[in-house]
Ligand binder design. Structure first.
Ligand code: GRF
Length: 202
């Protein structure tokens, strides 16, 4: 049997995409990335995918009159490829109920803070500006609200007195690249059961 198909949505560097690909290649994750989609033509994630022999698509939101029609185009691409799990990896767009409702509990996101602290697009900057002593990484399922769905895994990291955005980003990336493939594996293995807001892991 073929391993389950993932779709990865990215807007930028794609280091988390790379971590997923590396985990698959190393046999730590039994899955295949069926397609990588970006809303930005210049996303480095697309070239990473192409280099790995994976279908990489730039789907330009400006070509669609509404958010719903854009999302329906993504849904079509993913359904045609039998996608089991959608992984958001630095995808800088908010997904509407059209998309979320089509993949119930089958969309996962990684966020560079300990949710519900520091939601939004500037979590690292915000944690530093707040003077937080601890931040971290959250992997969570997507629901109809932003940075809100049930939490699969979290890991904390200390913010040192001399921390800069660059040093914190590097620390968080190290954690992300380990945590994301782990969380995807839990989901694909059916080891994560959602009870209300809580994810029970077996
Ligand atoms: C990561 O820090 C992730 O937590 C956030 O966006 C960033 C994406 O980085 N959602 P990359 O494109 O995977 O390098």
């Amino acid at each position: 049997m073929r391993p389950p198909a993932l779709a990865v949505l990215c807007s930028g560097q794609g280091t988390n995409l790379q971590a997923i690909l590396n985990a698959i290649r190393a046999g730590r994750l039994s899955a295949r990335v069926a397609i990588v989609v970006s809303d930005r033509a210049d996303a480095k994630a697309l070239s990473r995918a192409t280099r790995a022999g994976i279908e990489a698509r730039y789907v330009d939101p400006r070509q669609y009159p509404t958010r719903a029609s854009y999302e329906r185009a993504l849904i079509r691409l993913f359904d045609q490829r039998g996608v089991k799990l959608v992984c958001l990896a630095g995808f800088m767009r908010i997904l509407s109920p059209v998309f979320v409702g089509h993949f119930p509990q089958r969309i996962v996101n990684i966020h560079p803070a300990l949710l519900p602290a520091f939601p939004g697009a500037h979590a690292i900057r915000d944690a530093l500006a707040w003077g937080a002593k601890v931040t971290g990484v959250t992997v969570h399922l997507i629901d109809e609200h932003v940075d809100h769905g049930p939490i699969l895994l979290q890991e904390a990291v200390a913010i040192s007195p001399r921390e800069t955005k660059a040093t914190l980003l590097a620390k968080l990336h190290r954690i992300e690249h380990r945590l994301y493939p782990q969380a995807i594996r839990l989901l694909l293995d059916g080891r994560a059961r959602v009870v209300g807001r809580t994810v029970r892991l077996r």
